[in-house]
Write a protein that binds this ligand. Structure first.
Ligand SMILES: NC(=O)C1=CN([C@@H]2O[C@H](COP(=O)(O)OP(=O)(O)OC[C@H]3O[C@@H](n4cnc5c(N)ncnc54)[C@H](OP(=O)(O)O)[C@@H]3O)[C@@H](O)[C@H]2O)C=CC1
Ligand SMILES: O=CCS(=O)(=O)O
Length: 256
């Protein structure tokens, strides 16, 4: 266990986080896994702990005190984190800004921005102690780079993730800790079910007739970034499926 690298993954109950937990376990990493759904954490721990050491904690990343408490009480053998995967996040309200409830905007800011900041702040001393080869992998999005209708605060929160990642790199220069903004495009997970507040038909329709990224595709990229040679840092990695590209500008025209 002494030389076993440890990954700390937020949002491990579904999608990218769950796939990353499995991927890192396959490669022999020890795992600290968190999310709000305790039953799913337990099932994942039952599945993986026969192969690698696993510590789980139910955690809402929006709760800064709970994050500090969890990180300060990591059990022996799970303290020397090598890779932090800041993955917990969500989009809400795909409709235009003018039709969105303010609470949905607040939830995205509290989770995607403040939650990611809470976890990063709590783990920075540990990651700096690990030093050379440590990584912070922040899950951004193409929405942080490219505007589209209905992206509003979600895209803006991921633009924060991008710039925070770059700025962290500046401050961590000399510590050996790498920072990456991994920005996926359309990927089939529970993401759209959450975004549409449980509309399975809308979620299915989004992914129908195309080939989106899978959670496993992104897990592989996360692992690739975490295991690069110590002297290499990928600043930002944007990944889309081949069947996704950009839209044109929208022009508002008078009716003929
Ligand atoms: N799927 C996609 O197309 C893309 C997704 N992303 C980003 O990838 C990340 C993972 O999303 P994805 O796997 O697709 O979606 P899922 O909905 O499948 O997974 C989201 C995960 O985040 C966790 N989570 C959400 N809110 C909180 C919270 N307050 N505290 C702790 N955990 C939380 C959920 O766990 P629980 O509910 O148990 O707390 C769940 O494990 C997100 O940051 C998302 O923005 C980026 C680009 C593309
Ligand atoms: O972050 C999610 C990808 S998309 O829905 O903005 O394309």
């Amino acid at each position: 266990m002494q030389n076993t690298p440890i990954a700390f993954i937020t949002g491990a109950t579904s999608g990218f986080g769950q796939a990353a937990a499995r991927y890192f376990a396959d490669k022999g990493w020890a795992l600290v896994l968190s999310g709000r759904r305790e039953d799913r954490l337990k099932a994942l721990s039952d599945e993986l702990s026969a192969r690698v050491p696993v510590h789980t904690a139910t955690l809402d990343v929006r709760d800064a005190d709970a994050v500090i408490d969890m990180v300060s009480n990591l059990p022996e053998g799970f303290k020397a984190i090598k890779a932090l995967v800041n993955n917990a996040g969500l989009a809400l309200a795909p409709q235009p800004s003018q039709d969105v409830d303010l609470t949905d905007w607040h939830t995205m800011i509290d989770t995607n921005i403040k939650g990611l900041v809470n976890v990063t702040h709590a783990l920075l001393p540990t990651l700096i102690a690990t030093g050379q080869g440590a990584s912070i992998i922040n899950i951004g999005s193409i929405a942080g780079q490219w505007p589209y209708r209905g992206s509003h605060v979600y895209g803006a929160s991921k633009a924060f993730v991008k710039q925070f990642s770059y700025n962290l790199r500046c401050d961590l220069q000399g510590t050996g800790v790498r920072v990456t903004d991994l920005a996926p495009g359309i990927a089939e997970t529970e993401f759209t079910l959450v975004r549409t507040k449980g509309d399975q038909a809308a979620s299915d329709a989004l992914y129908e007739g195309t080939i989106p990224l899978s959670a496993d595709d992104i897990a592989e990229q996360i692992y690739y970034i975490a295991t690069l040679p110590d002297h290499m840092n990928i600043n930002r990695l944007e990944v889309m499926p081949v069947r996704q590209s950009w839209n044109g500008f929208h022009i508002d025209r008078d009716q003929a």
